[in-house]
Design a protein around this ligand. Structure first.
Ligand code: HEC
Length: 272
């Protein structure tokens, strides 16, 4: 069923368009609340030979287990992590599950891990569990529908969405996931080519700001971040140009959960 997406009214470009998705929450399919319990041995077996998605679910269930046998299994997985043997798709579930346990040895491992994250000078370090293993369909829902994300106000996918930021489809299968993660967490670290923002002072005193797109020797198209409207400005009319930060909100790392960020990375990197 196609339905008209209700656009987010936070003062940004409100472009109405259709998004071909069924209505529904953007909750990841790995929502712990929907995971019925199983005996620990079953989840232990899944972790040895299950598919990645089944292993993720096994870790979620182990985190919620009342049986303390779960602690032994989780400690084994923490050993695998430390040895570099645990697939990156499982890191988020492992640390989320470990954080729920009251076992002292697990608590010590969690504290040590947290200390490493806090001491790392790399702001992306704390998000490295978000590179792989996300749910692309959940990511698509967040991208298109979650008001706090609002990605689709500025980015289009398959021709639907805003024009302020670049179309992201071309990143699919080609880009490093680390670059996608960096673009979401630290939008100003690297500005996508052809999407620098600036404040322009024009002859006659008028000032306009926006994203500078399709610049050539003769003119530049300025897309307003306020209403998404494009305007062509002659280069010779520009008296002064002051660079501005990326209009992309800088705090997605605080606003969205790690799981949501991982789902977004998966959606952008690999589709649904
Ligand atoms: C207010 C507008 C706006 C919003 C909202 C926004 N972006 Fe952006 N985004 C931009 C602009 C403009 C750029 C290009 C400048 C830059 O690199 O920061 C960009 C760049 C990017 C890039 C890098 C693209 C490339 O070609 O390298 C990615 C990935 C991205 N955004 C993802 C997202 C995701 C995911 C969301 C939602 C969580 C989002 N954006 C929300 C405006 C926005």
């Amino acid at each position: 069923m196609r339905r008209l997406l209700q656009m987010i009214a936070t003062g940004m470009a409100c472009v109405a368009f259709q998004w071909g998705a069924s209505a529904g929450a953007w909750a990841s399919s790995l929502d712990a609340e929907h995971e019925p319990k199983r005996p620990v041995v079953e989840d232990e077996a899944l972790l040895q030979k299950g598919r990645i998605h089944a292993q993720q679910k096994a870790l979620v269930r182990l985190g919620d287990q009342t049986d303390s046998a779960a602690d032994k299994v989780l400690l084994e997985q923490l050993d695998r992590y430390e040895a570099g043997d645990l697939p990156a798709e499982l890191w988020l579930e492992l640390w989320e599950a470990a954080a729920k346990r009251s076992n002292l040895e697990i608590k010590a491992r969690v504290a040590k891990h947290q200390g490493e994250v806090d001491q790392s000078g790399d702001p992306l370090y704390r998000f490295r569990e978000c590179l792989k293993g996300g749910d692309g369909e959940a990511g698509r829902q967040i991208f298109a529908k979650k008001p706090e994300a609002g990605c689709i106000r500025c980015h289009s996918v398959n021709g639907e969405g805003g024009q302020i930021g670049p179309e992201l489809v071309w990143l699919r299968h080609s880009a490093e996931r680390m670059n996608i993660l960096e673009s979401i967490i630290l939008p100003n670290a690297v500005i996508a080519p052809g999407y620098a923002s600036a404040l322009l002072k024009l002859k006659g005193g008028e000032e306009i700001s926006g994203v500078m797109q399709q610049e050539n020797a003769h003119d530049v198209t300025v897309t307003s971040v306020v209403d998404g409207k494009k305007r062509k400005v002659l280069i010779e009319d520009i008296v002064e140009r002051t660079p501005l930060p990326s209009p992309m909100p800088p705090a997605f790392g605080l606003i969205l959960s790690k799981r949501e960020i991982r789902d977004l990375v998966e959606f952008i990197a690999a589709g649904e």
